[in-house]
Every structure is written in structure tokens, then in C-alpha cells.
Design a protein around this ligand. Structure first.
Ligand code: F6P
Length: 525
């Protein structure tokens, strides 16, 4: 039975209207923070500022168990075809040594031996100064996030530049000021058919000129097309159809990271993810961190009615995390039908966010006092690698202050008392008090990283990957396909042809016709 039709779902719906305010929950539960905090690897996660009672928490775990969670998790790690619409497994954990059969494990090991040897060769050779990583979506966001995050604790041997967008500025900026002789171009595309990556790779190949044969590499699950493109077979690194694009950073897709930071640092990233895999596989539901993160999200989205979820890393080096999670969560779980093709209920919330403290000075006003406020995952690092201790102390103070302020709020009586103390008249107080009142009771989770090192980064990313999987089980959807991106790609091909060749556009609506006409006029040589 669909979970949303179950008695438990209705019980949870009724509970949603009865949750005491967060401040009351804390007053009544002296051990609340301790009871609702988890430690896994280098992570500490505190869920106590979520609007959840112990009874609701227990019901959420029962709900998950009733969705055959144990079976799904076992199938996932065993390499069953959990990606049902594409009839294949989603075995990214095997890339970090968890799950899969002997054949898959050998494929992974062989690839890791090949990439390690190649990276060591490039690093020892000293010929290259810069890597230009070309890719988009899952072939960009993971390596891009990690390149930035790893630089908190390590100095890359080579600079990495990224080119993702169709906008020519993306590849132009990436190549700006580089010498083709000392640049290694890595073209990353699972399909090797993605328009952006193809156009940027063609531009880079032309730019490399005589060096293209030696300095251009491909990472792909479509070796044939990479060869057709002109990459020599010994410079093609494979990954496999059982690695989804947005789950692929653990593969040769991150070759640029492995070269720049060294294979040992990359292994530490894999180790951190493996640690989270083992925890996810073995911890009982009540102690299972990805499960708690997922079920808290389900509670906020399906029962408390929050349409979005904010991710606020208080760490400059994790600035890319909200964007990475946008693809991971929304491309995975932004689905309209269940596994058997029936209409799904409400699924993935909109994921958004930016780094703290910048976001405090941009959109936090809306979260504190606007309508449709979002639950927040605050992410901060305890031990900073920056030699700015005063900055770091203030950064943490701001992070903790925001979650407290969002929870506690400020009621009108307190505001009025403050204004009276300032000597204001009753009329002035009546006019100002509503503006200075904060409703509070906004839910948040705080995740602290002991340190932003490779291993803890692996913990963090794998945590969210498994969160997405758990939620998909409750929503009864396939998180490993992405059919919704296809229609726009097909239409873009049609319109590109019409822009280039001036063919008939009368089949389009009048808005699209007008846009094409304007563009044709502007694009004329
Ligand atoms: O946007 C759709 C998508 O297929 C993503 O799922 C994928 O990560 C991205 O495009 C890039 O695809 P590829 O690695 O095949 O170039």
C-alpha cells in the first residue's frame, strides 16, 4: 500500500497540528539535545531544533520500516536493478569499497589502479601546470565542490579550472591566460553526448592545437564516442552505466582532483564515504544518521508543509554544497510518479541556500519574518584551517546564533518591554512593535564537521546521498533516473537548427516564435 494511504500517515498528519513549540519541547526534555544528536565519523548532527516529539520520531521510523526499507537497502547495496526505469543498479557505494559483487569490485579496483598510476605519472612528470575540467551536472558539480573543499586542508599541485556552461564565457574564462603546452584538458561526460560538454571540448581541442593528441583526456561510460571525438584510447578512463551522473564523483570523474590533490587524498575521501556507507548499512533505524536526516525532511515536507529546504554552510570552502545538493536531491527525487507509474504525492522540496554569514545579509530576513519560511541545515566546521582564529570564532557564533534566534523568536511582550525601556510613547510602540516581533519556532538541523578534511567531506556527501535514497523509499519513487531533463534537450536541438538554418518556425507558439525572430535578427552576421 502507498505509505500516504496508511493509518500511520494519517496519525502523523494529526500529530503535525499538536507539536508544542520548540522552546516548550526543550523546557520539558532536559536531555533533548543529547537524545537527538548523532556522531558518525567526523560529523556531529543535532536534530533537537526540529519540531519533532519523541513519539513522532518513533512513528516516522515505523513508517520507514513499513515501506520495506530493509529490503530496499539490501537490494541497493547488493547491486539489484533499483533503477527500474533504466533497468540497472545504482552501485556508487561500490566505488568506495561498499557492496557490489566480485565482478564489480574487480572493475573498480582495476580502474583505481589505472587512475592512481596515471595520476602519479602526471604529478611526477611536472609537465603540466593546469587542468581544465570540462563537464556539466554530475560531471562537474561533485569534482567542483571537492576541489574547493579539499583546498581548505591541502594545496593542489596543479591548478584546476572548470568549464561547464554553454555560455562561451565558461570555456573562455577557463582557458584564459593558459599555455596549451602545459594544460591538461579532461573532458568528462558519462554519455559523451551532452551538448555543453561537446561544444566546450571542441573549443578546447582547437585551442590545444598540436597538443590535442597528448593533452586531452576523456572520462566516460561511452568509450566509443570519445574515440570518435579523437581521444586516443589510452587516454580514455571508463566508468559504468551503474554509476549515476550525480553519484559519480567517486569514480574517474574526479580524475582532476586525483591528479591535483594526489591519489592518497582522494582515497581519504572514499574512506569517509565508505565509513558512512557502513554506518547506513548497519546502524539501527533510531541511531542511523542518514535515516534521521531523511525522515526529518519527510516530516517537514509532507506533514508540516514546508515546500523548500535551505542548506547554509558556514564555510567558504563549502560554498558549492547547496548547488551540489540541488542536483543530488532535486534531480533524484523531483519526481511526479511512483515506481509503478501512479501519481506520486508531494516529493522533494526545493533545495536552495548559500554560505553563511553572507546569506544572513541577503535572505535571512525572509526566513525570520517572511511567509513560507524554510527549514535549514546549518553546516559548520569546528576546527578551521584558516589562520584567522577570531574570524572562525565569530563565524561559529553567528551560525549558532541564527539557529537559536530562529527557534526562540521574540514575542510582542518582550518587544514592547524593550521599547518602553527606551522611553517610547504608546503610539510609537504600537506602530513599531509588530515589525520587531519574530514568530520563532523555525526548525533547523546543525551538522558540525570536526574538520574540513577529505575523510569528513566523504562522510558529509555520502550522508546526503543516503538521505536521498531513504526519502525515495518513502515516496515510492525511483531516485536514479532523470527523464524530466529530456524534453528541453530535444526542443533545444530543434530551435538550434531553426536559428542556424532559418527554417520554418510556425509550429511554435507565438511567444517562442517572437523570441526566435528577435534572436535571428541579433545573431545575423
Ligand atoms: O542534466 C541531465 C544530465 O544527464 C545529468 O543527470 C548529468 O549529470 C548531466 O546531464 C551530464 O551528463 P553527462 O555526464 O552524460 O555529460
Amino acid at each position: 500500500m502507498t505509505p500516504s494511504k496508511s493509518i500511520l500517515w494519517k496519525t502523523l498528519q494529526q500529530s503535525a497540528g499538536t507539536v508544542p513549540r520548540l522552546t516548550t519541547l526543550f523546557a520539558n526534555q532536559p536531555e533533548r539535545a543529547k537524545n537527538m544528536s548523532y556522531r558518525v565519523g567526523g560529523l556531529y548532527a543535532d536534530f533537537s531544533k526540529q519540531c519533532i516529539t519523541p513519539e513522532i520520531q518513533a512513528d516516522l521510523f515505523t513508517l520507514l520500516a513499513s515501506c520495506n526499507f530493509d529490503d530496499w537497502r539490501a537490494k541497493f547495496f547488493a547491486g539489484d536493478n533499483v533503477n527500474t526505469t533504466e533497468n540497472r543498479p545504482a552501485l556508487h557505494p561500490a566505488l568506495r569499497g561498499t557492496g557490489g559483487d566480485r565482478h564489480i569490485q574487480k572493475q573498480v579496483r582495476d580502474m583505481q589502479i589505472q587512475t592512481r598510476a596515471f595520476c602519479e605519472h602526471i604529478r611526477a612528470g611536472g609537465r603540466y601546470k593546469t587542468i581544465v575540467h570540462i563537464g556539466i551536472g554530475g560531471s562537474d558539480l561533485g569534482p567542483r565542490l571537492c576541489a574547493d573543499a579539499l583546498s581548505a586542508d591541502h594545496t593542489p599541485l596543479l591548478e584546476i579550472r572548470f568549464a561547464n556552461n554553454m555560455d562561451g564565457a565558461s570555456i573562455n574564462d577557463a582557458l584564459e591566460g593558459l599555455d596549451p603546452a602545459t594544460s591538461l584538458v579532461i573532458s568528462v561526460s558519462k554519455s559523451f553526448t551532452t551538448q555543453e560538454t561537446k561544444m566546450n571540448s571542441v573549443a578546447a581541442k582547437i585551442w590545444l592545437g598540436e597538443h590535442a593528441q597528448t593533452n586531452m583526456i576523456a572520462v566516460t561510460a561511452n568509450r566509443h564516442s570519445a574515440k570518435e571525438f579523437g581521444i586516443s584510447p589510452d587516454k580514455i578512463f571508463d566508468f559504468w552505466d551503474w554509476v549515476g551522473g550525480r553519484y559519480s564523483l567517486w569514480s574517474a570523474v574526479s580524475l582532476s582532483l586525483q591528479i591535483a590533490y594526489g591519489p592518497d587524498v582522494f582515497d581519504a575521501l572514499l574512506k569517509g564515504a565508505h565509513e558512512m556507507d557502513i554506518h547506513f548499512q548497519s546502524a539501527p533505524l533510531v541511531q542511523n544518521l542518514p535515516v534521521m536526516l531523511a525522515m526529518t525532511g519527510i516530516w517537514n515536507c509532507n506533514f508540516l508543509g514546508f515546500p523548500s529546504q535551505a542548506i547554509i554552510p558556514y564555510a567558504r570552502h563549502l560554498q558549492g554544497f547547496p548547488t551540489f545538493l540541488q542536483q543530488l536531491e532535486m534531480e533524484s527525487n523531483g519526481k511526479g510518479v511512483t515506481r509503478d507509474g501512479k501519481p506520486a504525492g508531494i516529493t522533494c522540496p526545493v533545495i536552495w541556500g548559500d554560505e553563511g554569514t553572507n546569506s544572513q545579509h541577503a535572505f535571512f530576513q525572509h526566513i525570520h519574518q517572511g511567509h513560507g519560511s524554510a527549514p535549514i541545515d546549518f553546516i559548520a566546521i569546528l576546527e578551521s584551517s584558516e589562520a584567522r582564529p577570531a574570524h572562525h570564532t565569530a563565524l561559529l557564533a553567528n551560525c549558532f546564533a541564527q539557529s537559536e534566534a530562529l527557534m526562540v523568536g521574540k514575542n510582542e511582550d518582550i518587544v514592547r518591554g524593550e521599547l518602553i525601556a527606551r522611553g517610547m510613547t504608546t503610539a510609537e510602540i504600537d506602530a513599531l512593535a509588530p515589525h520587531k516581533t519574530f514568530p520563532g519556532n523555525h526548525p533547523s538541523t546543525t551538522i558540525l564537521l570536526e574538520k574540513l578534511d577529505a575523510c569528513t567531506l566523504g562522510n558529509l556527501i555520502a550522508l546526503y546521498e543516503h538521505k536521498v535514497f531513504v526519502q525515495s523509499i518513502v515516496w515510492d519513487i525511483n531516485p536514479f533516473d532523470q527523464w524530466g531533463v529530456e524534453l528541453g534537450k530535444v526542443l533545444a536541438g530543434t530551435i538550434l537548427n531553426e536559428l542556424n538554418n532559418g527554417t520554418d518556425i510556425s509550429a511554435h507558439d507565438s511567444s517562442t516564435q517572437a523570441l526566435i525572430t528577435l534572436a535571428r535578427a541579433a545573431l545575423k552576421p
